[in-house]
Structure formats: C-alpha cells, structure tokens
Design a protein around this ligand. Sequence first.
Ligand code: 6GU
Length: 243
Amino acid sequence: MRLDYLTIFPDYLAPLRLSLPGKAVESGLLELHVHDLRTWTHDRHRTVDDTPYGGGAGMVMKPEPWGEAFAALEVAPTDTIVFTTPSGQPFDQRLAEELSGRDRLVFACGRYEGIDQRVVEHARDIAEVREISLGDYVLNGGEVAALAITEAVVRLLPGFMGNAESLVEESHADSTGGLLEYPVYTKPPVWQGREVPAVLRSGDHGAVARWRHEQARRRTAERRPDLLAPSALDDGTPIERAV
Ligand code: 6GU
C-alpha cells in the first residue's frame, strides 16, 4: 500500500516514521510520502489560503495548489483521495477495513475553514473520494485525523502485526457482536487491595466466556447505548445478534 499526505505542516506527520506505520515501511509493506502543499504555490509568500466568497470569518484554502499537487502526484482513478474534515462521514472500523483494501490513499489535510469545494469535485473526477471526520468535535486541521486513520488502516494490512486473534477479539470487531471489549486483568491477583474477579481464575472456560459477554453488554449499554439500539437506518435487528 502507498500513502501520500498533502499538508502545510509536514512536521505534524513525523510520527508516521515511528512505531506502527514505521515498522510497516521497514518491512516493505508500506510506502509513505509526506508533501508540503506549499511546493505547489508560485508567489513569494507561498500563499495557500484566501478570503471566503460571500464573506464570513476565517480563510479558505485556495484550489490551485491542490490541483497541481494531485497532478504532480499522478493521482489515478484507482487511487482514493481522503479529505479529512469535520463535515465528513464519521470514521469507524468498517471504513478502516474498506480503506485497508486500497492500493493507494492520498490524504488531503485541510486547515482554516476548509478547502474550496471545487477541489473535492475535481478530486471526484480523477479518483475515488472519501470525506472523513474523526468525530463530533473540531480540530485545527486534518493532520491528526490523517494519523489516526492511518494507524487504524495500517494495522489491518495482511502480514502486519501478526494479524491473528488480537485483530478479531477487540472492540467493534464482528466477533464481539458489535459490543465494546470486556475489562481485562493480569497478575498480580491482588493489587492495592483490589482482587481480580474470581471467575477469571476459576479455570471454567464457559463461565469466563459468559462473564466476559455480560461485562461487554453492560459496558456497551452504559457507554454506547447507540450500539445496542436498533438503528432507524437498518432492518431493526439488534447489533448484539452475532453473539
Ligand atoms: Cl477530520 N478535521 C478537523 N479539522 N476537525 C475534525 C476532524 C477532522 N474530525 C473531527 N474533527
């Protein structure tokens, strides 16, 4: 897989070279390219933004540097351009899985009040486009979102991370039936006067499985009731059905 990042803060994406994606690069599984959007400006101040038509607060990212960047990177119809924006589709595990099947992702990291809408339209003419949000809060720019999306996607690549049970057992994976992960414990059996639940040390695998499922269900009901409630958009089957 090849990942490209277009940003006016290339240093913000330095963590890509560390840890997870860094290891994938070393193993040849991944190619990473971070690009300074100002490379494709031509004025003395390397301007990437301008005032919004129609008025209003803040600045809008100009279209020309983006268009030149896509051309220079030879973005192709089989590529996916990811615009990180708070008005995008909420990022989730399903979307991470979908993106992990792509040959090339080009992250367009917006700043200020956003990117001129014609850039998104142009992007749809030359590639597949996803507009993705990390959640319902506002970041100063899309770089942190691109990092988060990258980490979620790269760990799903076949041949990465050992890719076995640790991938299927965790929160939001199908095997938990869409429930949050149950609480986990390790040694020592007593710490600060707090005991590990006896059932986990009982050796009764059936009892352990039942306890974990009950904990997952409770935790989900408390923290994420939306994961249990039948959605107005689906067929009404509760998500818990798979367990
Ligand atoms: Cl992807 N970008 C920005 N700027 N803010 C966000 C976001 C993205 N997701 C949540 N908030």
